[in-house]
Ligand binder design. Sequence first.
Ligand code: SAM
Ligand code: DTB
Ligand code: SF4
Length: 326
Amino acid sequence: MPYDAENTLRHDWSVEETESLFNLPFNDLILRAQTLHRQYFDANQVQMSTLLSVKTGGCPEDCAYCPQSAGHDAGIKAEKLMAVDDVLAAAKEARDGGSTRYCMGAAWRNPKDKDLDDICAMVEGVSALGLESCATLGMLTDAQAARLADAGLDYYNHNLDTSEEFYGRIITTRTYQDRLETLENVRQAGLKVCCGGIVGLGEDRRDRAGMMMALANLTPHPESVPVNMLVQVEGTPLAGTSALDPLEFVRTVAVAKTMMPASVIRLSAGREQMTDEMQALCFLAGAASIFTGEKLLTTPNPEKDQDASLFERLGLSPAPPDDRPA
Ligand code: SAM
Ligand code: DTB
Ligand code: SF4
């Protein structure tokens, strides 16, 4: 179905209304999310994307969850930007393994204009391999977003991460407003938006509702909404945070799908820590994409065989690339 053909997508959610979705009986919430999901997607297809950290570690930002912050002692060595050919060799391998989108991440507050020469060459090479491209490089100016769009970039990932109220507990080196400005620059450049957040940071349900409200009130909705479960890394300030109830994670996926039914909800970081049963519930709640490949950016991800067996057991097949216009 075309994106919002019947103009049914809402952008005027309140936090109370969003919280009331979280408070629904589990079965009612999941049924609602799955029913909406089927209006827009084939419910038995899951898209596969692969990540590569093209510039690892030494980041000047202080995101409390992140092993790549220079301020955290998480054992990640700061590296330079990778060579274009090495990135393209890894992208080819991902494509041959069935992935349809290649996502390049850099541990930057923002890219320098001269960094974009190589990044644009990576984007062009990834597109030439027949893959969709995505990049996540930190904050972007409008001119930088336009340059990436000119190079043929399909998606830009920039997350809100959490609610506006909880945000200051997690990051102090850039504001919620900074993030919204980058998202606006990305949208204005005609790129598709990949924007989501993390749960399990020690936030409460109202914060999860606040994050979902902020995402769903973006107009238009982000085409892609990653829902990450915190991967706790020793040496980061959030290591040792009480684990989130897995069913609360499933609820978060279902609320995202209910509020943004035409968007692809991505089961992102944290799958390595999830049971197959939990992932199955996430697909039932409307998640329609995963990251494949042995690593996310710096942390482990399930093995290829494990994912293949999960797809087989659930009767899922790989989804084709999403060619809806931005
Ligand atoms: N430096 C850029 C930025 O922050 O926008 C791009 C890369 S950054 C690693 C991309 C996203 O990964 C973050 O916004 C966050 O949502 C997610 N992330 C980072 N570390 C994580 C962790 N330990 N667990 C779950 N998600 C994480
Ligand atoms: C997103 O929301 N999740 C991905 C992607 N966007 C870039 C990143 C997850 C990173 C998990 C921690 C790590 O591997 O370093
Ligand atoms: Fe840097 Fe991004 Fe990690 Fe924050 S999430 S510390 S900006 S790499």
